[in-house]
Design a protein around this ligand. Structure first.
Ligand code: XMP
Length: 509
C-alpha cells in the first residue's frame, strides 16, 4: 500500500486515484498520524501531498519528523516537497508572487521518476514558496525558468520532491512519474483490483456480522445498490432491504430497481408504498426547505416503522463512499473500521441503536461502478445519474400535486430517452426536467394555449461541488422541446437552463 499524507491539498483524492489506477492500494491519512501507525500500516511508499500553507506560517501542517527515518521511499509534492526540504535542513523562500499554470520543465539529472522521458516537457505548477537551498545529500533533478529547484532527489534514501503537480492531467508525464515512483522506486505489486477488494470485503462482512441481521435503505441509486449487493453476497437472506416509494419517483424507478436487484440478484427488498403519506404531507407546501424537511422526517418515520418489524437486527448498511469519509475528516483505517457505531448518518435516528456497516467506505465513485459490474449489477443501474433523496418534489417549483407530478414525469422521460439516444447520458453528471410554477401563452393548431413551462437542466461535473451547464447540441435541444410539447400533456413551452454552479445549484430547489 501507498499512504498519502494529507497536508490540505485539494488534489489529495486525485493523487490517491492516480495510485489506485495502477492497481496499487492507496489510503489518505491525516498529517497528525503517528509514525507507529504508519509502521503498522507498512506502506511501500509515502506521498506527502501539497497544501495551501506556507512552511513558515504558524500552524502550517507537519508530521512527526521520524517519518524520514523509517527507510520508506517518500515523494513530496509541492508543499510536501517544501516540508521535506525544510525538515531535512534546506531552505524555502517565501513567495513574492505565485507561479500558477503551465511551465516548461527541464530535466537536469537522471532520475528514476523521469525514466523514458524527453529532456524537457510541459508541467503544471501552482505554488508561492520555492526551495532555494537543498538539504544535505540532495540534488536538483529538474528546473523551470522561474523555479530553478523544481524537482529534487536524495537517491540513497529514495526521497523525491516535485514542485509540479504530477497528479493533474495537464502535467505531461505526470502519471508516468507516479507510475515510476510506485514500481521503480517502491517496488509495488499490481494487486489492488475490484476482484480482490470484493473478496476481502465479503469475508470482512461475514466476520463482522456473523449470523446477525442487517437492515438497509435502498434509494435506487448506485451506491446503496452496490453496497446492498455486496452485503447480500456475504450474508444472504440476513440482509433486509427497505425501499420507500415516496410518490416522488420518476417513471419506472421502482420497477427498474426491482428488476435489477430482486429478479436478477435475489435481494430481499421490502417495497413500502408511502405515496399517499408523502403527498398528503406535502399538500400546499411551496417552500423548498419545508418540502425537504417534511420529506426527510417522513422518510425516517416510515423507514423506522418498517425496520422495527425486523426483529433482532443489529446493523444498518450504508453506501457511504471514501470522499464522504475524507470530507468528514474521520480518522479511520484497517479492516476493523468497516464497522462503526451508529452516528446519525443520513438522518436516521440515534435511538435505532444500530451499528453501521459501510463496505464502500474505501472506494471512489468510479471504483463503486467497477465493483457493481464485478457483482453482476446491470449497467443501467451502475451508470444511473444521481437522483436527489427528495426526488421530483424539488423539481416541481411550487405545489406538488399528482397531476403536476404526471406532467413532470412525462417530460422527464422524454428528455432522458433523447439524452440516451444521443449517447450523452453517461457523459452528463445529471440531466433532468424541471416544472416551473408559471403558465405561458402559446399557439397550437391555430388555437391559443395557456399551459405549463418545462426547464431542461443538464450539467457536467466531477463531484457536484461545482458544475458547468452542458453545451447540448441545438438539434438535440430542438428535438427534446418538440417531443415534450407534442407528446406530454399540458406543456407549451420548453426553456434551457444555462447556469453553472456556482452561482446556481444543480437542483432548482
Ligand atoms: P445541488 O442542487 O446542491 O446538488 O447543486 C448537488 C448534488 O446533490 C444532489 N442533491 C441531493 N441528493 N438528497 C440527495 O440525496 C438531497 O436532498 C439532495 N439535494 C441535492 C443533486 O441532485 C446533485 O447531484
Amino acid at each position: 500500500m501507498i499512504i498519502v499524507i494529507d497536508f490540505g491539498s485539494q488534489f489529495n483524492q486525485l493523487i490517491a486515484r492516480r495510485v489506485r489506477e495502477n492497481n496499487v492500494y492507496c489510503q489518505i491519512e491525516p498529517s497528525n498520524i503517528s509514525v507507529d501507525k504508519i509502521r503498522d500500516l507498512n506502506p511501500l511508499g509515502i506521498i506527502l501531498s501539497g497544501g495551501p500553507s506556507s512552511i513558515y506560517e504558524d500552524n502550517s501542517p507537519s508530521i512527526d519528523k521520524s517519518l524520514f527515518d523509517l527507510g520508506i521511499p517518500i515523494l513530496g509534492i509541492c508543499y510536501g516537497m517544501h516540508y521535506m526540504v525544510h525538515t531535512l535542513g534546506g531552505k524555502i523562500k517565501k513567495a513574492t508572487k505565485r507561479e500558477y499554470g503551465f511551465a516548461n520543465l527541464t530535466i537536469k539529472d537522471p532520475n528514476p521518476l523521469f525514466k523514458d522521458m524527453d529532456s524537457g516537457f510541459q508541467c503544471w505548477m501552482s505554488h508561492g514558496d520555492s526551495a532555494i537551498q537543498l538539504p544535505p545529500n540532495f540534488v536538483v533533478t529538474a528546473s523551470t525558468d522561474n523555479t530553478p529547484i523544481a524537482a529534487i532527489a536524495n537517491h540513497d534514501k529514495k526521497f523525491y520532491g516535485l514542485q509540479l503537480h504530477p497528479e493533474v492531467e495537464h502535467s505531461i508525464n505526470g502519471s508516468l512519474m507516479i507510475r515510476h515512483f510506485l514500481f521503480d522506486v517502491c517496488n509495488c505489486q499490481k494487486n489492488w483490483s475490484m476482484k480482490s477488494f470484493c473478496d476481502g470485503a465479503i469475508s470482512q462482512i461475514k466476520a463482522a456480522v456473523g449470523d446477525k441481521k442487517v437492515i438497509m435503505g435502498l434509494s435506487g441509486g448506485v451506491d446503496s445498490s452496490v453496497a446492498a449487493t455486496l452485503i447480500h453476497k456475504a450474508i444472504g437472506k440476513n440482509l433486509f432491504c427497505i425501499f420507500v416509494d415516496n410518490g416522488l419517483l420518476r417513471n419506472n424507478e421502482k420497477e427498474n430497481l426491482e428488476k435489477s436487484l430482486t429478479s436478477n440478484l435475489d435481494l430481499n427488498i421490502r417495497f413500502i408504498d408511502a405515496q399517499d403519506k408523502f403527498l398528503t404531507a406535502l399538500k400546499q407546501v411551496t417552500d423548498p426547505e419545508k418540502k425537504r424537511k417534511i420529506i426527510g422526517n417522513l422518510f425516517i418515520e416510515v423507514f423506522e416503522a418498517e425496520a422495527n418489524k425486523i426483529e433482532g437486527a443489529e446493523f444498518l448498511g450504508q453506501g457511504t463512499l471514501y470522499p464522504d469519509i475524507i470530507e468528514s475528516k474521520s480518522a479511520f483505517g484497517g479492516p476493523t473500521s468497516i464497522i462503526k457505531s451508529h452516528h446519525n448518518v443520513g438522518g436516521l435516528p440515534e435511538k435505532m441503536k444500530l451499528k453501521l456497516i459501510e463496505p464502500l467506505q474505501l472506494l471512489f465513485k468510479d471504483e463503486v461502478r467497477k465493483l457493481g459490474a464485478e457483482l453482476g449489477i446491470n449497467e443501467d443501474l451502475i451508470w444511473r445519474q444521481p437522483f436527489p433523496g427528495p426526488g421530483l418534489a424539488i423539481r416541481i417549483m411550487g405545489e406538488i400535486t399528482p397531476s403536476r407530478l404526471d406532467i413532470l414525469r412525462a417530460a422527464d422521460t422524454i428528455l432522458l430517452e433523447e439524452i440516451r439516444e444521443a449517447g450523452l447520458y453517461r457523459k452528463l453528471w445529471q440531466s433532468f426536467a424541471v416544472l416551473l410554477p408559471i403558465k405561458s401563452v402559446g399557439v397550437m393548431g391555430d388555437k391559443r394555449t395557456f399551459a405549463n413551462c418545462i426547464a431542461i437542466r443538464a450539467v457536467t461535473s466531477n463531484d457536484a461541488m461545482t458544475a458547468d451547464w452542458a453545451k447540448l447540441p441545438h438539434d438535440l435541444l430542438g428535438k427534446i422541446s418538440n417531443r415534450i410539447i407534442n407528446e406530454a400533456e399540458n406543456i407549451n413551452r420548453v426553456v434551457f437552463d444555462i447556469t453553472s454552479k456556482p452561482p446556481g445549484t444543480i437542483e432548482w430547489e
